[in-house]
Design a protein around this ligand. Sequence first.
Ligand SMILES: NC(=O)c1ccc[n+]([C@@H]2O[C@H](COP(=O)([O-])OP(=O)(O)OC[C@H]3O[C@@H](n4cnc5c(N)ncnc54)[C@H](OP(=O)(O)O)[C@@H]3O)[C@@H](O)[C@H]2O)c1
Length: 396
Amino acid sequence: MAVRQVAILGSTGSIGVNTLDVIRAHPDRFKVVALTAAKQIERLAAQCLEFKPLIAVVADAQGASQLSRLLQAQQISTQVLYGPQALVTAVTESGCDTVMAAIVGAAGLVPTLAAAKAGKRVLLANKEALVMSGNLFMQAMKEGGGELLPIDSEHNAIFQCLPDRFTQSPADHLGVEELWLTASGGPFRDLPATSLATITPEQACAHPNWVMGRKISVDSATMMNKGLEVIEAFWLFGLPLDKIKVLIHPQSVVHSMVRYRDGSVLAQMGQPDMRTPIAYGLAWPERIDAGVGQLNLTQLASLSFSEPNLAQFPCLNLAFSAARAGGTAPTILNAANEVAVAAFLDSGLPYLQIAQVVEHALDTIAPIEANSLETILQADAQARAVASSFVHSISR
Ligand SMILES: NC(=O)c1ccc[n+]([C@@H]2O[C@H](COP(=O)([O-])OP(=O)(O)OC[C@H]3O[C@@H](n4cnc5c(N)ncnc54)[C@H](OP(=O)(O)O)[C@@H]3O)[C@@H](O)[C@H]2O)c1
């Protein structure tokens, strides 16, 4: 068995740490060759000490010298680099064959695209990269000739429920009628709209079932996360948008489903623990121990499913609109959402105004064809500028 050489983009985050947890249990199968982070230098240093990668990347020169000092003190010879271009170097120069794309947000786009172009096995957690660059990213995967394995639990579930041949020829739908993405509905699922005005970042980040980074936790509360996932599913699986459905499933046991023409519905179930899809992606097509407890169906009181109320979750509605508009509209949606969520988490933007910021950006900027990386990055920058000035105008 060849040992997989793994680069982890975003190793200090929730997905990154879970990935290292799975790898730690299988030293005969995986070798870590590159780790990257932005600000958590001490955590990255501890990871380098344990896994001894060839390359470690941080955001800036100050972080790089702090990391170098910490590693020299422990006589670790990892090469320390910094800045956005170094993230690409971690993918292209570390000798990796597998890349865990787990940077949060648009910052992950360029290195994830580089992994696609270089023909790596791409384990895609960074959904924002695919939402921003849809067609371009799928084209890069095709040209690179690598394997794309979804890590988002819903898409990983769908991938597991599709026939093997589907992923090789998504145009031929092999009896697949619909994809059903499940959603917990987040912490405010049952709250009346009038109580949402005073929601704090701590409340929004306290997800009932999953432990995740702060940005995706807020996205789960607003259900923008599910909207981004609809767009992600559209690109990954090649089905028309009207065949991709969202179901509220508060227990987070059924991770998603595929409905077939003959009346069959295939579901993937499990504990809400990201190590299951991570282990699946790392070892595919084999299955390895993920360190996840067994699902005990007899201990579950019930499994329930309902349709989402789009009036209660305007961000989900905005994501559907952007998906239908196509072109750079999903890029605009994503960038404005990143600005709004950061303003909510760090600068006191009221929770209910996250959707207003996104709506303003989508109304202000006309989408164009997303046919090059330059066009996508320009749309991202324009949407951030529009969203930021709207945030300032409403917080004055
Ligand atoms: N967490 C989950 O359960 C889950 C499930 C499904 C999908 N996802 C997706 O996976 C991705 C990561 O989520 P997460 O929850 O792991 O996020 P997270 O805990 O916030 O971690 C984000 C990682 O990205 C790094 N990072 C942040 N900004 C960066 C920048 N500008 N340049 C380079 N690196 C940067 C962070 O470094 P520092 O920590 O050093 O700042 C950290 O390593 C997201 O796209 C999310 O939607 C997550």
